[in-house]
Design a protein around this ligand. Structure first.
Ligand SMILES: NC(=O)c1ccc[n+]([C@@H]2O[C@H](COP(=O)([O-])OP(=O)(O)OC[C@H]3O[C@@H](n4cnc5c(N)ncnc54)[C@H](OP(=O)(O)O)[C@@H]3O)[C@@H](O)[C@H]2O)c1
Length: 327
């Protein structure tokens, strides 16, 4: 089968098409004939070599979320999965391929009306968004800021917060054009990356936020933390701009009398069964028109280099999806 491997860590040109034997599912696994592969930020991070210390070797096949048809199952896996279209999570790699194995307990059936591309756009991001809002104890009527809203996680977070009755859903993004796209999904106020608003948004943006879902971290994290209301909760789900300043902890203590909270959140702490249920619920919501997937572009698997160039250039709104030939 065809697959895409990282032959040299660094730029996108280090990705190359290779031939590999078809994988076969071990006990507890399922083999998927892949129709769609979500290109994630973590794939880019691994390819760049930034996380080489975790033991990734040249020849690593990236790709953690795929959808397609289950064609074989290992021992102990319910045989009724055979022939069914499903979304699955490979872990940290193996997805950029015509066929890939996943742990069968990650499988989620694709409901009628949900494409494989929609599934890999909503799957992982949806679980992060839903459980991050729960981790923040978000309740109806509260004001929410989604920092770094134009990525997969932000796009679902905006929609869930709006659907669940947020009083306001402000977003940060780098362009007015993106801001308009995010308003269509439920954003009420558009801020620039530094948190500044223009025009009408400047007049009526909330003075503070009850909940901030932060995908960015980096040097600006303290200034966003300071925008919480008393009793407000900031949940960091990503670090697209790197870690916060070393003295960030001082910010918490400086604001002691406002009882604000800061938390990190990773789906690693959500039991697999709960993740699967959430994904199935979000897929069902998408088929009812209550949740939109934003597929930036479909590209053939053999154009993985181009997909990564677009990611590196910051051009992607939502998800780039790779499609194997015949997928
Ligand atoms: N918590 C979990 O369980 C979990 C699971 C999966 C992934 N993650 C993490 O989530 C992050 C990726 O999420 P994603 O795919 O939704 O995000 P993303 O697409 O990588 O980034 C979101 C947006 O952030 C903005 N941005 C980029 N660089 C920025 C910078 N230096 N400063 C400010 N804004 C910047 C960009 O939008 P604009 O250009 O419009 O500003 C971008 O579209 C990674 O850190 C990943 O490790 C966490």
């Amino acid at each position: 089968m065809k697959a895409v491997a990282i032959q040299a860590f660094g730029g996108p040109e280090g990705l190359a098409i290779i031939d590999l034997p078809d994988p076969s599912p071990a006990a507890g696994q399922a083999l998927i004939a892949v129709e769609a592969i979500g290109v994630g930020g973590v794939d880019v991070l691994i390819r760049s070599g930034a996380v080489a210390a975790y033991g990734f070797q040249a020849g690593h096949v990236p790709g953690s979320e795929i959808a397609g048809t289950v064609t074989a199952v290992g021992d102990g896996v319910d045989a009724s999965w055979l022939g069914r279209r499903a979304w699955g999570f490979t872990g940290l790699g193996g997805g950029y391929a015509e066929r890939a194995v996943v742990d069968a307990d990650t499988l989620v059936s694709l409901p009628e009306g949900l494409s494989a591309a929609d599934a890999v756009t909503l799957g992982t991001s949806g679980v992060v968004a839903e459980h991050a809002l729960r981790h923040a104890h978000f309740t109806r009527g509260e004001s929410v800021l989604v920092r770094g809203a134009a990525g997969g996680i932000g796009i679902v977070t905006i929609q869930l917060a709006a659907r669940e009755g947020a009083g306001a859903v402000a977003v940060t993004t780098s362009s007015a054009e993106r801001g308009e796209r995010l308003r269509e999904l439920g954003a009420t106020h558009v801020l620039d990356r530094a948190g500044r608003a223009d025009g009408a948004d400047a007049d009526d943006a909330p003075a503070g936020y009850d909940v901030i879902i932060d995908i960015i971290a980096g040097a600006e994290l303290p200034s966003f933390f300071a925008a919480l209301n008393p009793n407000g909760r900031m949940v960091a789900v990503g670090a697209v701009a790197g870690p916060p300043p070393a003295d960030f902890g001082m910010e918490l203590f400086t604001a002691f009398q406002r009882s604000m909270s800061f938390a990190t959140f990773s789906t690693n702490t959500v039991p697999q069964a709960a993740r699967t249920t959430t994904t199935a619920d979000l897929f069902a919501a998408a088929t009812r028109g209550e949740l939109r997937s934003v597929v930036h572009e479909l590209l053939p698997l053999d154009q993985a280099v181009l997909a990564h160039q677009k990611m590196d250039a910051g051009e992607v709104l939502g998800r780039v999806v790779l499609v194997p030939a015949g997928g």
